[in-house]
Design a protein around this ligand. Structure first.
Ligand SMILES: [Zn+2]
Length: 420
């Protein structure tokens, strides 16, 4: 090849590279703040859709400008968000008085822009544009702090994305196209979960509730590999409870529920036997015999109460042996009073009982490992997501959740739905 030809080729290549760079910088000014030049990063639009609960039972999908990204802020493009019982309560009754509010806290997505000071997540893991992240309800940078501690200290202005009152930022919940994570003293906590599949990422938040509950249960000293464990309630929380117990090696698990499909799923998640309470119309004595039969004639050593029904709380004591243990985690909001007999249910039985609510940051990080392990041993955890809706049909998603037609309902980005 002649020298002149080579020079022409090199010049042509250099000119085309300069043209590409110029074009990219002009189209994506937001990347200038992060110092990151990722040619594959998507352009950021000027506005984002946000589903705002404007009155009881009604979301309105509104369009808001995407705020400028400060040096400590992160902009996340939402991929999918689970519908939580808390979202359903807000939709129906607004018990926290948040309306108008952008809901959705069980979300995950991709970092599309971030300020120059953002280097690491809340566990100290490096983050970059393009990484997949989740936020956490515990918003203080302390691995052991619990929801109970936060309440006790009466920490005001709780910075939980998806339960923040509306303000001039607007991009405050995961039921949206974009979430704006505020930096600095705001106290946001978030984790880099790149590498996990999308459905597992959507299930991190509810799974963390069970990792925490099992840690609380272990603190009694009663829960062991060979323990007979009864799990009452086979909604998403009860089913995830069974999966956590199975991944940690507990191998005598009996699931109790009134829905045959849910009990069938409980077996696939790791339960050894099931009891349908609808088969025992005779009352609690007959049901207790049913549970004992499922354990080969024995009472349970330990019980997990995973329903929000006061009657279920009264019942579970009867299934547990003298000297056994109980973890109550079904009442994440006030579900009313339950009647028990303190002599028979607690004192004469010498029962050890723990309550459990939400999780700690440490539990959150342990949850990533749980979901990975559950996948490796073949538990169908991601099949918990039974329904997926686009943002434009969010009201329907909440209605399906309230009607208890599925297990986990998710609101997905149009892009995520198209890729499935
Ligand atoms: Zn939740």
């Amino acid at each position: 090849m002649e020298q002149q030809n080579i020079e022409q080729i090199v010049r042509a290549v250099l000119e085309s590279m300069q043209a590409q760079n110029g074009g990219f910088n002009a189209a994506s000014p937001a990347y200038g703040t992060s110092g990151s030049r990722n040619a594959s990063a998507p352009a950021i639009p000027k506005t984002s859709r946000v589903a705002v609960l404007t009155k009881l039972g009604n979301f309105e999908v509104k369009e808001y400008p995407i705020p400028p990204i400060g040096d400590d802020d992160i902009l996340v493009k939402v991929e999918g968000t689970g519908v939580c019982g808390t979202d359903a309560h807000e939709f129906k009754k607004d018990p926290f008085g948040l309306i108008p509010v952008a809901l959705g806290h069980e979300g995950t997505g991709t970092i599309v822009a971030m300020g120059k000071n953002v280097k690491k997540d809340s566990a100290g893991k490096p983050v970059a544009v393009g990484d997949k992240i989740v936020t956490c309800m515990i918003f203080k940078d302390d691995p052991e702090i619990t929801m109970y501690d936060l309440n006790k200290q009466n920490v005001g202005d709780s910075d939980v994305y998806g339960l923040l009152p509306d303000d001039d930022v607007h991009l405050n919940g995961w039921f949206a196209d974009y979430l704006f994570i505020r930096g600095g003293s705001f106290g946001s906590t978030f984790f880099n979960v790149t590498g996990m599949d999308l459905d597992s990422r959507i299930l991190i938040e509810p799974s963390a509730v069970l990792v925490h509950a099992v840690e609380r249960a272990k603190s009694t000293g009663i829960l062991r590999f060979a323990s007979r464990v009864v799990v009452q309630g086979c909604g998403p929380i009860g089913l995830l409870c069974i999966a956590v117990l199975r991944t940690m090696g507990v191998n005598q698990i009996v699931a109790v529920d009134g829905n045959p499909q849910r009990l069938e799923f409980a077996l696939r998640m790791g339960a050894d036997a099931t009891v349908n309470f609808a088969d025992y119309p005779g009352g609690i004595e007959a049901l207790t015999e049913g549970v004992k039969k499922a354990f080969g004639g024995h009472f349970a050593d330990f019980g997990f109460q995973c329903t929000g029904n006061p009657k279920a709380h009264s019942n579970i004591y009867k299934f547990i042996r003298n000297g056994g243990g109980l973890c109550e985690l079904g009442f994440f909001i006030n579900g009313g009073d339950a009647t028990i007999n303190p002599h028979f249910d607690i004192c004469s039985k010498e029962l050890t009982m723990v309550g459990s609510w939400v999780y700690t940051l440490r539990d959150y990080v342990n949850t990533f490992a749980f979901l990975d392990r559950a996948k490796k041993i073949g538990l169908p955890v991601t099949e918990l997501i039974t329904h997926k809706f686009p943002l434009s049909r969010i009201n329907e998603a909440l209605e399906v959740n309230l009607a208890q037609k599925g297990l986990k309902i998710a609101v997905m980005s149009d892009e995520s739905l198209a890729n499935q």
